[in-house]
Design a protein around this ligand. Structure first.
Ligand SMILES: [Zn+2]
Length: 209
């Protein structure tokens, strides 16, 4: 009964704060609430506190853990969470110790990628941008705009660029990110080598057109 009262009180605070209905529904379904201007997260009976530089925010039917000094955002989906088994997921952005959520310290690829706008948040996913500093990625982009290449080859280059820009990055850890980027780099290299091999013949054909 106490739990029901808590849920009702939470829903009432959500209504009074004029939160969207789907947020209130998520709060009730997943037994969570963000308080103290984003410094406290109550979820399924556990309390997390945000350290300096971190806050919790509502977003639609889920919530975010965000950096306040560094502009990272880790969207936390609740759709797949089993009721009663919630734990904050691992993150390359933050770490949890004794209920306190703090930004990870130290060097990490995401810091450079973020500060140089080489990754960006679109919707609730992180993606590489066209600035991603990999040499053959730049060559693929150049080829997609190269008027000396036949349209079919330019299109192929552009499709390869788009395929890279559509890869949704997992946020689970630093080592995982490094491994993922290495794998993406390999894929870009393979696409470029494949395209590069077609260029002389394609230019020859175009020259004869
Ligand atoms: Zn979100």
């Amino acid at each position: 009964m106490r739990r029901v009262e808590a849920v009702v009180a939470r829903a009432r605070r959500g209504v009074e704060a004029q939160l969207p209905a789907k947020q209130i529904m998520a709060m009730v379904q997943h037994d969570f609430e963000i308080a103290d201007d984003g410094r406290t997260l109550f979820i399924e009976g556990t309390t997390y506190r945000a350290a300096d530089g971190v806050r919790f925010t509502y977003c639609g039917d889920h919530f975010h853990v965000e950096g306040t000094a560094t502009p990272w955002v880790h969207p936390i989906s609740l759709a797949a969470a089993q009721p009663g088994a919630f734990a904050l997921p691992r993150s390359m952005f933050y770490e949890v110790a004794n209920g306190a959520v703090a930004e990870r310290s130290g060097a990490s690829p995401w810091r450079d990628l973020l500060s140089r706008e080489q990754i960006q948040l679109t919707g609730d996913g992180w993606y590489l941008t066209e600035r991603y500093p990999f040499p053959t990625f730049a060559r693929l982009q150049q080829a997609s705009r190269d008027p000396s290449l036949p349209a079919a080859l330019r299109d192929e280059a552009w499709r390869s660029v788009l395929d890279v820009l559509r890869i949704r990055l997992e946020l689970d850890g630093d080592a995982e990110l490094r491994a993922r980027l290495a794998s993406i780099d390999q894929g870009i290299d393979a696409r470029w080598k494949d395209l590069e091999a077609q260029i002389p013949a394609a230019k020859g054909r175009k020259g004869r057109d």
